[in-house]
Design a protein around this ligand. Structure first.
Ligand code: NAP
Length: 332
């Protein structure tokens, strides 16, 4: 397993991270605790030592399952936990709130649910546009000085917002959406991270399963699964993306004897100081892990990947549909 240090924190993790949003169930059509625990343990035992979670994933459920899997499995010492703060919720709706008082409460709730006394990486989930970023940054700086967190990160922040954050404290990581078909960060966030020495935790590395090669035109998503609303999965656009995936699968197989999933995760790792967050919730989904490390895409293949995408996807769509609304309105 390839390793990386998170920014200037000294915290070393694997370059593949397990994403546990789906393990929380909310927006992924429910969860299965036993399967989730088995997936987390399989991840750590296979060298995927970074586990990314958040309080909002299942409104505490994902953190609880991560805490149970690691502590009862005796694996806490081998894993690095990345969680987040700055989102509030009520009646299944999510709002931004990164005021220092809320962060003080959130860290205690997360430590309890995760059954630990320190968070390896603590990230602000979405910028709270109604709280000065400097106040939020100061709150995290205090937590680091108190030894409750080891590294500090932000997610879904612009370079300007990160500048404001870094004026107050050392920032180690940024977590934006990034995968073969969602490349918006190449314009600003990725070059910024490189120049500022930040590690990039790329989320949606499989584009919510599209790049697994297992999504078909017929597959229906049940309950609250967010792919019912994701424009890339709608009948108007899904055939374009599936045609691209088929082309990428053929290319990966012919050039390297790899699958499209392995190609997609390798592509993220070849882009810079990156970590690929892989959202898996069943142990068998992690079987391909051995096929991702220790090879690189050559220039010709990279050009061919881009040509396939240009040919198949006429107007690439950004992942903006996931952004939560601002502060909780009074009375909600
Ligand atoms: P993802 O990793 O791109 O895709 C997850 C999907 O891939 C799941 O639906 C799963 O399918 C499918 N999958 C995984 N391995 C597979 C395999 N071997 N075969 C077939 N299908 C497979 O999406 P994500 O979970 O949204 O993103 C990864 C992580 O990034 C999240 O879990 C979370 O930790 C983080 N994230 C952060 C933010 C943020 O705002 N900071 C936003 C989004 C995500 P099934 O549905 O069949 O299980």
């Amino acid at each position: 397993m390839e390793k990386i240090i998170l920014g200037a924190s000294g915290v070393e993790t694997s370059r593949i991270g397990l994403g546990t949003w789906a393990i929380g169930g909310w927006m992924w059509g429910g969860t299965d605790e036993a399967e989730s625990i088995a997936a987390i343990r399989r991840a750590v035992e296979s060298g995927i030592t970074l586990i990314d979670t958040a309080p909002v994933y299942g409104f505490g459920r994902s953190e609880e399952i991560v805490g149970k899997a690691l502590s009862e499995g005796g694996l806490r010492g081998e894993a690095q936990i990345a969680t987040k703060a700055g989102l509030d919720w009520a009646d299944g709706k999510v709002f931004r709130d990164a005021r220092p008082a809320r962060i003080r409460q959130e860290i205690e709730d997360s430590l309890r649910r995760l059954r630990t006394d320190v968070i390896d990486l603590y990230q602000i989930h979405w910028p709270d546009l109604e709280t000065p970023i400097e106040e939020t940054a100061k709150a995290l700086d205090d937590l680091r000085r108190e030894g409750k967190i080891r590294a500090i990160g932000v997610s879904n922040h612009s370079p300007e917002q990160m500048d404001a954050f870094r004026a107050v404290t050392r920032l180690d990581t940024v977590q934006p959406p990034y995968n073969l078909v969602e490349r918006e960060i190449e314009r600003d966030v990725l070059p910024y991270a490189v120049s500022a020495g930040l590690t990039v935790l790329s989320y949606g590395a499989l584009c919510r399963g599209l790049l697994s090669g297992k999504v078909t035109a017929e597959r229906a998503f049940e309950g609250d699964d967010l792919r019912r609303y994701d424009p890339k999965f709608k009948p108007e656009r899904r055939p374009q993306y599936l045609a691209a995936v088929a082309g990428l699968q053929t290319l990966a197989q012919a050039r390297y004897g790899k699958s499209v999933l392995e190609l997609a995760l390798r592509w993220v790792l070849d882009q810079g100081p990156t970590i690929a967050l892989w959202g898996a919730r069943r142990p068998a989904q992690l079987d391909p892990v051995g096929g991702i490390a220790d090879w690189k895409l050559d220039a010709e293949t990279r050009a061919e990947i881009d040509a396939i995408l240009r040919r198949c996807v006429s107007q690439p769509l950004a992942p903006t549909f996931m952004a939560p609304p601002l502060r909780r309105p009074a009375g909600v």
